[in-house]
Design a protein around this ligand. Structure first.
Ligand code: NZQ
Ligand code: ZN
Length: 385
């Protein structure tokens, strides 16, 4: 196991009715900006709950943050934060609203010429507006981590950045707020959480059996509860379990001291930028191909995954690995997420474009060994054509 420092200060308020308690988490004299997306929170009553919890407080609003939040839109909110002297941001929505709000938090006090630098050049930030979150879509883990992914629409560039200053002060996870999710988003969320877990687990043995078993417990719970919550959207217990899985999959815990492989995410971001495919759906396309072409480097963990997650113990090594990959595909499809490019109307012609974009950013060595080259990326995508 590698050395590590682990620090996660996010206070989680989990369960029914927890939105009512956010007032106590925000300084009494704060000038609050509520940020949200395209309006789902107004249709499902979450907005009303938030407003009621903040009655009597100074509250402004900024709506219209898109899925795959855009720098161009977020800069309008930055302007409001600056002119209105906002000193607390409350993100209410899915991962895009949370990520967008993290960017706003970082960009508002940013002194440089153009806040896109924070994303593109990873210019470290030295201050950020404090933020809290009410999460309405279990998927990204953004509610308990420091990451944010932002798109520059002008150049169709989708990139991530992170800073410890961007940990939310608190996050509300009320499974009831997710009952209104379209099924497509439920499936996306299950796949996203599953893939986050896989990218921290399915690398090579690092003598970290506890991290392995944390990861395996998340995978097994998602396999059990994911289809249940997809079939029964208002089953509170199933939704609660998936919600907690998604948070635990990317709050840092399972990834401490072990190698990580974010190749699937890096490739997936290009498919979103080029074809506007939902984040979770890109992962369902890419992950099976990545596991297949990286089978030599990942052999020991793939066999462990086959046995411990899918109960596959018979057959040659390749047969067991192929069996586990096939099960993974079937699982994604079982929550309504197609795993082939063709299902999204995308042809193989996109593959060289993806490669070219990755190469142009120097991303020629992906994965836990930084050696997944463009040719292998091409093969991985071809497998899922
Ligand atoms: O915009 P509104 O009207 O709110 O509708 C949203 C949006 O259309 C809707 N929605 C959310 N909660 C709802 C709801 N509809 C009905 N009822 C509810 N309770 O769902 C749609 C998708 O929302 P979005 O926030 O885009 O989805 P998700 O949470 O999957 O976030 C995806 C974004 O997060 C990034 C992705 O790249 C993508 O940009 N990621 C962030 C990560 C992080 N911060 O750690 C890691 C992830 O790997 C990921 O990259
Ligand atoms: Zn993700």
């Amino acid at each position: 196991m590698d050395n590590f420092a682990f620090h996660n200060p996010v206070k989680i308020l989990f369960g029914k009715g927890q939105i009512a308690h956010i007032g106590a988490e925000i300084p009494a004299d704060a000038r609050i900006l509520i940020t949200y997306g395209g309006g789902s929170i107004k249709a499902n009553g979450v907005y009303d709950q938030v407003k009621a919890a903040l009655a009597g407080r100074t509250v402004l609003e900024f709506g219209g943050i898109e899925p795959n939040p855009r720098y161009e839109t977020l800069m309008k909110a930055v302007e409001i934060v600056r002119t209105e002297k906002i000193d607390f941001l409350l993100a209410v929505g899915g991962g895009s609203v949370l990520d967008g709000t993290k960017f706003i938090a970082a960009a508002a006090p940013f002194q440089g010429e153009d806040a896109w630098e924070i994303v593109a050049s990873k210019t470290p930030i030295t201050s950020a507006v404090p933020l809290g979150a009410v999460l309405t879509l279990p998927a990204t883990g953004s509610e308990m981590n420091t990451f944010s992914v932002v798109t520059k629409w002008e150049t169709q560039t989708k990139l991530g950045f992170a800073s410890d200053l961007l940990f939310p002060k608190f996050s509300v996870l009320d499974p009831e707020t997710t009952f209104s999710l379209p099924l497509r988003q439920v499936g996306n969320g299950v796949v996203d959480a599953f893939t986050h877990t896989m990218e921290q687990y399915l690398t090579y043995p690092a003598n970290a059996p506890l991290q392995d078993r944390f990861a395996e417990s998340i995978l097994l719970t998602l396999i059990e509860e994911g289809p249940k919550t997809y079939a029964e959207p208002t089953n509170y217990e199933a939704r609660a379990n998936v919600m907690w899985c998604a948070t635990m999959a990317l709050n840092g815990l399972i990834g401490v001291g072990v190698p990580q492989d974010w190749a699937t995410h890096m490739i997936g971001h290009e498919l979103t930028a080029l074809h506007n495919i939902d984040h979770g759906r890109t992962l369902a396309i890419v992950l099976p191909g990545v596991l297949s072409v990286r089978r030599e480097q990942k052999k020991a963990k793939l066999l462990q995954y086959a046995e411990r997650i899918w109960g596959i113990t018979a057959g040659s090594e390749d047969e067991r690995i192929d069996g586990a990959i096939a099960k993974t595909r079937t699982f994604f499809e079982s929550v309504g997420v197609p795993t082939h490019l063709s299902a999204y109307g995308v042809t193989v012609e996109t593959i060289p474009v993806v490669i070219e974009r990755l190469v142009s950013r120097g991303m020629t060595g992906l994965g836990e060994h930084q050696d997944m080259n463009p040719e292998q990326v091409s093969k991985a995508l071809t497998i899922s054509a």
